[in-house]
Design a protein around this ligand. Sequence first.
Ligand code: IMP
Length: 178
Amino acid sequence: MTERPYVIDEMISAKSIAARVEALCREIAQEFGDTDKLVVVGLLRGSFVFIADLVRELDLPIEVDFLEASSYGDATESSREVRILKDLRGAVEGRDVLVVEDIVDTGHTLNHVTNLLASRKPARLKSIALLDKPSRREVDFRADWIGFEIPDEFVVGYGIDFAQRNRNLPFIGKVRFT
Ligand code: IMP
């Protein structure tokens, strides 16, 4: 397979991400400080670095679970189908749930996943995304917490991939084709 050559320009440094994670965790701890029933749900695979940093910064009794969703079809259709490839291991009824996503782009994935989890009757359901591209939105969805709002650029790093590569970069970078 021949790949189109590209370079990655740093957009958000590892230091800025760490500072933002700390600030977000202070807000999350205020929201969930009263519970011992919090399940932090990471959406695979892009959130795995973000959730690892979040949970180590949260001084709360939590459980961690994962869910994998995939969207199909024309990205410009508002009816784009989202499928659950891997569901949670545990039940969330009566629990407090924080869903962790890497990027909200069109909004279909997080919209679908939060609707699905809401149907399971959690006590409280909140969502957080490291990155938000509001200009790309196709469904009216807003996460409760956002790390950074970014323009319509294709980004990689800190768990986020381009064709499964670059997830291990410690910063967020934008892909520029050369
Ligand atoms: P949405 O359903 O369009 O909001 O899609 C969100 C998903 O699209 C994210 O979880 C990512 O997997 C993927 N995605 C969106 N933008 C980017 C990007 O800039 N780089 C890598 N993946 C992206």
